[in-house]
Design a protein around this ligand. Structure first.
Ligand code: HEM
Length: 469
């Protein structure tokens, strides 16, 4: 009679990496405060697909392998929550889509989804084009502009119009200023241990945060109340994102069988979240696009060829409309390739809420797992000759030949960017509208330096000379 042999013990591999806690490496050239990409590049170079280190007692795993990223974001998503620095932002963004956990997130996402539906955001296409067209009218031949500031302004006007159905009024400027004040305090907020317990203490950074947050809440609350009033009076829908969010109700009933919408507090959290998530990201993506076009005349010429073919030239030239979107394929590839080299969201992270595994490795509960769009999308395995700017990498065939998570500027899984379709439309339409009339020539002598803040932005002004086509 045969007996079953006991199963062999699972052989798990040890994650390679730094032996000492991170601060011990403070004199290494790859560890520099405020330059996290250096560390990630070093880990990738030295350890390959997966590496680990410790920081203030927390085990951190850095992953560079598309299938493992897919496992974290999709198959094993329920084993993780957002990592600590994002969770910290709850003090600003409350339980908005970026910061909330399940099950709150799922409900908010269901209610918000119709506002971001492809058909719904199609209505914003004309507004994006109108705003970009107005901006290009102010440009002068030969003038030198900071394109990073110009794309920020463009993006701010687009968010004001599409989120609040308004111009950039004082209210919008106030929101922008207060968000910027708070973002300047970001590193302080993230580094402050157990900040939630100290929010009301008279510590200078926290006092500034509290004041900015109070002013911010006051403006946004007022906008929400005005809009609720309009709804109560039966005034017509303004067709903006705020109206959609305000009218939308959960299609799943609550315990009392009611289909409810968002409270004012939830609305405020979502409005701030969308403002923060949707504005600087696109602006930086566009600024890098213009820089890269200025360095790659052949790509620029192909872009011009497409824009002229689709939209006409001379007296017959017209502004893009929604019907043109599908024809502006190369324009979309240009934006995709720019976000490969300079992904606005340059890294993401999660925290394991149970002991789990990743590929053939163990990941303990409490470990932080990070992965970087910047590192992956410059990996020669997936993008040969990675520093070359080549929009051909984004033909449908080329995309299909790569693993899903070799390129993920918008994340993936249940927390994938809800504004992705919006961002593509904003990118493609504003590039096409501007490229129809203008070229830009980079006036710097050195390549611009990317700075990994919340988004990947140029460290210094990105000065471009405008040349009328
Ligand atoms: C080029 C532009 C953009 C980039 C690169 C980008 C990137 C991302 C990424 C990577 C995430 C996932 C974060 C994570 O899982 O940890 C995300 C989430 C999100 N994004 Fe975007 N985004 C962009 C534009 C926008 C726009 C235009 C909006 C709104 C109008 C927006 C709203 C959001 C929201 C609300 C979330 C949270 C979604 C959720 O967890 O359910 N984003 N974005």
């Amino acid at each position: 009679m045969s007996t079953l042999a006991p199963a062999p013990p699972r052989t798990r591999k040890q994650i390679p990496g730094l032996r000492l806690s991170l601060p011990f490496y403070v004199f290494k050239p790859w560890l520099k405060f405020g330059e996290p990409i250096r560390l990630f590049e070093y880990l990738r170079r030295t350890y390959g697909n997966i590496a680990q280190y410790r920081f203030l007692g927390t085990p951190i795993v850095f992953v560079n392998e598309p299938r493992m990223i897919q496992q974290i974001l999709i198959q094993d998503a329920h084993r993780y929550v957002k990592e600590r620095t994002v969770r910290r932002m709850k003090i600003l963004l409350g339980e908005g889509l970026i910061t909330s956990d399940e099950p709150i997130h799922m409900r908010q996402r269901r209610i918000a989804a119709p506002a971001f539906h492809r058909q719904r955001i199609a209505a914003y296409g004309d507004q994006i084009v109108a705003i970009a067209a107005a901006q290009r009218e102010h440009l002068r031949d030969g003038e030198v502009i900071d394109i990073a500031a110009a794309t920020m302004q463009l993006s701010l006007e687009i968010v004001a119009r599409t989120l609040f159905a308004t111009e950039v009024t004082d209210d919008i400027r106030r929101i922008n200023d207060e968000v910027n004040t708070i973002m300047e305090l970001y590193n302080f907020i993230v580094a402050f241990p157990r900040i939630e317990l100290f929010l009301n203490w008279p510590i200078p950074g926290l006092v500034r945060f509290r004041r900015a947050k109070a002013r911010l809440d006051a403006v946004v609350n007022r906008l929400i109340h005005q809009r609720r009033e309009e709804v109560a009076q039966g005034l017509p829908d303004r067709g903006d994102l705020l109206s959609m969010l305000l009218r939308s109700v959960d299609d799943e009933a609550d315990a009392d069988g009611r289909h409810t919408g968002m409270s004012d507090e939830q609305l405020r959290d979502e409005v701030l979240t969308i403002f923060l998530a949707g504005y600087e990201t696109v602006a930086n993506g566009l600024a890098w696009t213009w820089y890269l076009l200025s360095q790659n005349p052949e790509v620029e010429a192909r872009l011009h060829e497409e824009v002229d073919r689709v939209l006409g030239t001379g007296d017959t030239a017209r502004l893009p409309t929604l019907a043109d979107y599908a024809s502006l394929r190369y324009t979309e590839q240009v934006f995709a390739e720019a976000m490969r080299l300079y992904p606005p969201a340059w890294a993401m992270g999660r925290m394991a809420i149970e002991d789990t595994t990743l590929g053939e490795y163990d990941v303990p509960r409490g470990a932080h797992v990070f992965f970087s769009q910047y590192i992956l999308s410059r990996d020669p395995e997936y993008f040969p000759d990675p520093l070359r700017f080549d929009p051909e990498r984004f033909t449908p065939e080329a995309k299909a030949a790569r693993p899903r998570f070799a390129y993920f500027p918008f994340g993936g899984g249940s927390r994938q960017c809800i504004g992705e379709a919006f961002a593509w439309m904003e990118g493609v339409f504003s590039i096409a509208t501007m490229a129809q009339q203008w070229r830009m020539v980079y006036t710097g002598t050195e390549p611009p330096v990317p700075q990994a803040k919340i988004t990947l932005r140029p460290r210094d002004p990105l000065r471009m000379r405008l040349v009328r086509r």
